[in-house]
Design a binder for this molecule. Structure first.
Ligand SMILES: *Cc1c(COP(=O)(O)O)cnc(C)c1O
Length: 361
């Protein structure tokens, strides 16, 4: 049975003129739509109190478990408006499945896939006016999340959990054209260890990443590249995006799953690789291989993949006492072409041969 998220419309929506001003320059994560979806879980009642209503603050007891023990997970996906006015999601089932995997790891109740899809679609319908018209790369960013709301300080899985979806209009990630970024190779911080939470999309991973992000900025870098926690010098990911290398012999190499987050964009790029004359390869990649490959030209391009920026060219790396450039320091041609193609599929300008697009309106 398809779960029902009944809509109770906001009586106090953002006035149209204000909404239009926001949509003209939304930035990222700064403005929110008029509504939110919510459901509550308890051991006896299962998932209940489903609905879509006005966006509003929560009332939480100061002992709510999430505030102390960070039992929380989230997702991130976008709604895209096509030139004909229709509105689509990109591979939302993949986000729903990953949300369930993250829930299992954090001992949270699994949200059924149909609940995830119905709530996300319902919110997009309720806030259709907030889905930007196509121009550059504008979209409506959707943030499903789940947290332990039970008032209790004991350490055990919470007996009351809240699920919500909120939405925030997003402008183009690279407002002034796609430029390459520099990553800081942290030898001080790691992101995830074997047996840890690296493969779960949980808030705690992000809390732990902020000190590394500050370290990267202090070294004039845009973001962090994490190595494995065992000191083996193998590449993991950048903490919000997965990493891919393009080699001169036509391979698209990306670190294998395990302690990294299984990105939908990563999977998308692997599936599209052959269309760009590249053989996808998921395996262990060492920093030494990247450094020597960048030096001798066998690694021609590096990019990061994630929903927010789609594909980000990485042109430079810095670490303790060294730095090196990839290729000629400009975004690579395969990187740019893959980025364009993923966007073309998402905005309905290229054929969706994999059945990834999911129409909402
Ligand atoms: C969300 C996320 C990614 C990218 O995943 P997408 O599904 O492609 O957006 C990569 N790394 C981490 C740590 C993430 O949380």
């Amino acid at each position: 049975m398809v779960p029902d998220y009944p809509l109770s419309r906001s009586t106090d929506p953002v006035p149209e003129a204000e909404r239009k001003a926001i949509l003209a320059e939304p930035g990222f994560g700064r403005y929110f739509t008029d509504h939110m979806a919510t459901a509550v879980w308890t051991p006896d009642g299962g998932w209940h109190d489903r609905g879509i209503g006005p966006l509003r603050p929560y009332t939480l007891h100061p002992s709510a478990a999430v505030l102390h023990y960070a039992q929380e997970i989230f997702e991130g996906l976008k709604a895209y408006r096509h030139a004909d006015g229709s509105v689509w999601l990109f591979r939302p089932e993949a986000n729903a499945r990953r949300f369930a995997r993250s829930a299992r790891r954090m001992a949270l109740p699994e949200l059924p896939e149909e609940d995830f899809l119905t709530s996300v679609e319902g919110l997009v319908r309720a806030d259709e006016a907030w889905v930007p018209v196509p121009g550059g790369e504008e979209s409506l960013y959707l943030r499903p999340f789940m947290f332990a709301s039970e008032a209790f300080l004991g350490v055990r899985p919470a007996a009351e959990v809240v699920y919500s979806v909120i939405a925030s209009p997003a402008g183009p990630y690279f407002a002034s054209g796609v430029t390459g970024v520099t990553l800081w190779v942290s030898s001080r911080y790691t992101r995830a260890a074997r047996g840890g939470t690296g493969a779960a999309k949980c808030g705690g991973n992000y809390a732990a990443s902020l000190a590394a992000q500050i370290e990267a900025q202090e070294h004039g870098c845009d973001q962090v590249m994490y190595l494995d926690s065992e000191g083996e010098g193998t590449l993991e990911e950048s903490g919000t995006m997965n990493l891919c290398l393009v080699t001169s012999d036509g391979r698209l190499v990306t670190p294998a799953l395990g302690t990294i987050l299984e990105g939908v964009t990563r999977d998308t790029v692997l599936a599209l690789a052959a269309d760009f004359g590249l053989t996808p390869e998921e395996r262990t990649v060492t920093l030494d291989e990247l450094r020597s490959g960048a030096a001798d030209g066998s690694v021609t391009e590096v990019f990061a993949a994630g929903t927010a920026a789609v594909v980000t060219p990485i042109v430079r790396f810095k670490g303790d006492g060294y730095e090196f450039t990839v290729g000629d320091g400009e975004p690579g041609s395969r990187t740019v072409a893959l980025r364009r193609h993923v966007l073309d599929i998402q905005y309905g300008r290229a054929e969706d041969r994999h059945g990834w697009m999911h129409r909402v309106l």
